[in-house]
Design a protein around this ligand. Structure first.
Ligand SMILES: Cc1ncc(COP(=O)(O)O)c(C=O)c1O
Length: 401
């Protein structure tokens, strides 16, 4: 095999032939080049809500590409699929009268939301407001804004100077946020948080935490940004984590589940009141991407959201979660894991030791989970069957034994 591919978040010294070559997918299963099947306990990488191999999405994309593959949406251009997917997204969000900015990756969405937060504060005449509060364990992508916003320290290191004006708080400590507001309230542009922290190890918020952030932002003129790149599109049992936790942020970043990964699509949902600030006649929004509103990606998003709606997948995380919690509780009762945490259809099993060797055994057994430090993350497609959840738990049990 050639050695030309430089893999993300991987050891560059690792040989290409030592990677698992995934060639096919069907529902919650994926198959490697040798034909071995795996239960995809990570829904690709926290994202494949509708499962693999959905012909409806392939057909929608193909039909779109036969018409036109892509044309930019910089003024004066627009296109129907971009306008339609934006409408479907806001209709399902806590801001049905808001608007959606589009990009391709979660990292693009996060960097755009950070720019919008600073822009809006500057336009209000509060030029000093550039500080963004972020949390330990937070993962916000790998562009410079998102790297600077990371609460996972090793991901911030080695890149030279990052974007200034980020202040980090311990992830579950609302008092720490309150004291930063007390000390620097006039300088704070926004608070950035995942509703449930994902890639940092799956940490649901402590009771009242997100409500507390909302209150502190309101009291101090700061914007609240929910990074829902993992939580969005049914992962927590509603369309968005904002709805599950009943807290309306000013902006929501999304990616991943919006297309279930069939093509790259991401964006930022902006509340109506912020849109009104941007809609001032003559104001030009000087940010965006060549592929903002890419027709084929938007067609994938429309088809994916339609499937999720038709099949009730926005709520199916509640059922999947019940099955996973039963299984994880059994593993804990048998002393095979120390504990588990999570909600909806996203969990972590805490092993209390390096989880990579255990992940390797589980992979050998035909199940994909993700090692994060001392825990194993599980975040399956929302279409996963009870039997497949059983296979995840049984394979974990054998490997742990
Ligand atoms: C919460 C969150 N934000 C941002 C990102 C970055 O998304 P992407 O990898 O598509 O750039 C991720 C990716 O896992 C994420 O989980």
């Amino acid at each position: 095999m050639t050695h030309a591919l430089l893999h993300p978040f991987s050891l560059p010294a690792m040989a290409e032939e030592d990677f698992v070559d995934i060639v096919r997918g069907e529902g919650s299963l994926v198959f490697d080049a040798d034909g071995k099947d795996y239960v995809d306990g990570m829904a690709n990488l926290w994202l494949c809500q509708v499962g693999h191999g959905r012909a409806e999405i392939v057909d929608a994309v193909t039909t779109q590409m036969h018409q036109i593959e892509a044309y930019n949406t910089f003024a004066p251009f627009t296109n129907g699929p971009a306008a339609r997917v934006a409408e479907m997204i806001v209709e399902r969000s806590p801001h049905p009268d808001g608007r959606t900015f589009l990009g391709c990756s979660g990292s693009e969405a996060v960097d755009t939301a950070l720019k919008l937060a600073r822009l809006l504060q500057q336009r209000r005449g509060t030029e000093g407001r550039q500080v963004v509060i972020k949390r330990t364990n937070g993962y916000h992508g790998t562009n410079f804004g998102g790297t600077s916003a990371q609460g996972i320290a090793p991901n911030r290191e080695g890149w030279g100077d990052l974007v200034p004006h980020f202040l980090e708080v311990p992830h579950d400590d609302l008092e720490a946020v309150a004291s930063i507001f007390a000390d620097h309230g006039e300088r704070i542009a926004a608070v950035l948080t995942e509703p449930v922290q994902g890639a940092g190890g799956v940490f649901p918020p402590v009771d009242g935490y997100l409500q507390g952030l909302r209150r502190l932002c309101d009291d101090n003129g700061a914007l609240l940004i929910f990074d829902e790149v993992i939580c969005g599109f049914g992962r927590t049992g509603e369309w968005f984590g904002a709805q599950t936790f009943d807290v309306a942020p000013d902006m929501i970043t999304f990616a991943k589940g919006v297309t279930s990964g069939y093509l790259p699509l991401s964006g930022v949902i902006v509340s109506r009141s912020l849109c009104e600030e941007l809609e001032e006649p003559g104001f030009l929004l000087r940010t965006g991407y060549t592929y903002s509103g890419h027709q084929a990606s938007c067609a994938a998003g429309i088809a994916n959201l339609q499937i999720m709606t038709d099949e009730g997948l926005d709520r199916r995380a509640n059922h999947v979660g019940e099955k996973l919690r039963e299984g994880l509780s059994a593993l804990q009762a048998d002393g095979l894991i120390e504990s588990w945490r999570g909600m909806g259809a996203v969990y972590a099993a805490e092993l209390g030791r390096d989880s990579i060797p255990v992940r390797n055994d589980i992979l050998e057994g035909g199940v994909i989970v993700r090692p994060i430090g001392t825990c194993l993350a599980i975040c399956p497609p929302l279409v996963i069957t009870d039997e497949e959840v059983g296979r995840i738990i049984d394979t974990m049990a054998s490997a742990l034994r």
